[in-house]
Design a protein around this ligand. Structure first.
Ligand code: ADP
Length: 217
């Protein structure tokens, strides 16, 4: 479903990725672990088409993503990749329901069907009583679940998450991790998650261990 071939990336004199080959099958949850500075975020950003590699290719759904023009790539990314970051990046002036709808409106989907799906997702995530709350009125765990609903709204090919539970307490972290497995099991959702949580990584379908710009065997 996602294939990366011989990905390299350099920042100045620093070779951050030194030839990454990777295949991520549909419906699996892959975790990426490794020490700070190993290149995990850089790799996730390239897999998520947010950053271009110096060499190598990324295919998602058999599409060579970096061969797309800038506008096409932006539309592809908005439709096919749902991002969850360590910080929620919800828009403070919009409520939970509105925040979840935004990627669908960017994809020019209709208001009625979008709101219905957003409500369905928020309901699934246990947030049906929080639709009209703004981010400041939500707990950390709730905000992160709204961010997950937003990532899911366009029914993306893959969810990519960078330390999504890094900012949460133990209970909320466990709840979020359970939710990721539920998305895999019930929605057949493909997920790629950068994490420092070895316990969570151990439960994933594959642990990608990075060190010094490479994947360890
Ligand atoms: P990890 O996620 O494993 O901690 P990163 O991918 O964030 O690693 O970073 C790998 C290395 O690349 C680090 O040394 C970091 O400082 C450097 N780096 C990351 N992004 C940039 C950038 N935009 N410009 C310069 N250096 C960067």
């Amino acid at each position: 479903m996602i294939t990366a071939k011989n990905i390299t990336k350099t920042f100045g004199d620093l070779k951050v990725l030194k030839g990454i080959d990777l295949e991520i099958p549909a419906g699996k949850l892959y975790s990426i672990v490794g020490p700070s500075g190993a290149g995990k975020t850089t790799l996730l950003q390239i897999l998520g088409t947010l950053s271009k590699p110096d060499s190598g290719e990324v295919h998602i759904h058999d599409k060579s993503v970096f061969a797309l023009g800038e506008k096409q790539l932006a539309a592809f990314r908005n439709k096919e990749i749902g991002f969850v970051f360590q910080f929620h990046y919800l828009l403070p002036e919009f409520n939970a329901l509105e925040n979840v709808c935004i990627p669908a409106f960017i994809a020019k989907k209709g208001k009625k069907e979008t709101e219905a799906r957003a409500k369905e997702l928020l309901n699934f995530l246990g947030l049906s009583h929080r639709l009209t709350h703004k981010p400041a009125e939500l707990s950390g765990g709730e905000r992160q679940r709204v961010a997950v609903a937003r990532a899911l709204i366009n029914n993306p090919a893959v969810i990519m998450a960078d330390e999504p539970s890094g900012n949460l307490d133990t209970q909320n972290r466990n709840d979020l991790h359970d939710l990721f497995f539920k998305l895999r099991d019930e929605f057949k959702q493909t997920l790629v998650i950068v994490t420092h949580d070895e316990n969570f990584a151990r439960q994933s379908d594959r642990i990608i261990r990075m060190r010094d710009g490479r994947i360890e065997d």
